[in-house]
Design a protein around this ligand. Structure first.
Ligand SMILES: Cc1cc2nc3c(=O)[nH]c(=O)nc-3n(C[C@H](O)[C@H](O)[C@H](O)COP(=O)(O)O)c2cc1C
Length: 140
């Protein structure tokens, strides 16, 4: 289905502390509840202390939640990788899908090692690589 005036924002950040399963779970619970109410969808990826998130929805809603997310003390070094209008949502099935890369084989993720050998330096990622990595989780 085509959504009119959709907006997509991708950012990366660094967890402020070591994230426990419970920490991650509560971020996800808050996100899913709020995102459902505001018709926001996306994926939150966690990779050994780094986050990469795509948020999609109505522009005002996405920018407003991103403003909140940026103030969240549970992460820092928030870098906006991409923000743009889109024709339709890619992740419409999820109010927020959570992916912890520890449970995946990183070697199977295309582009994962492009930046710095075996371990991704998320802070250096560009828009097309970030999108392509996130897109791989649509079908994984
Ligand atoms: C990495 C990360 C991703 C987050 N993603 C979302 C999200 O997609 N949606 C959301 O509502 N909150 C998300 N949050 C939580 C918000 O920062 C905020 O705590 C939450 O919206 C509750 O805000 P409130 O206390 O004003 O209701 C995220 C937090 C972190 C650290």
């Amino acid at each position: 289905m085509k959504d009119l005036k959709m907006f997509e924002l991708i950012y990366v950040s660094t967890a402020a502390n070591r994230m426990t399963k419970d920490n991650l779970q509560s971020i996800l619970m808050e996100s899913m509840r709020h995102n459902l109410d505001h018709d926001i969808t996306g994926i939150l990826l966690y990779d050994q202390g780094s986050f990469c998130q795509v948020l999609e929805g109505e522009k005002k809603a996405v920018l407003s939640i991103f403003k909140k997310i940026k103030k969240d003390k549970r992460h820092m070094n928030i870098i906006t990788v991409s923000e743009k209008d889109i024709q339709y949502r890619e992740f419409s099935a999820w109010s927020m899908r959570f992916i912890n890369l520890d449970f995946y084989d990183r070697e199977m993720i295309k582009g994962y090692q492009d930046i710095s050998g075996s371990r991704m330096n998320w802070a250096e990622i560009n828009a097309s690589l970030a999108k392509s990595i996130l897109m791989q989780f649509k079908s994984m």
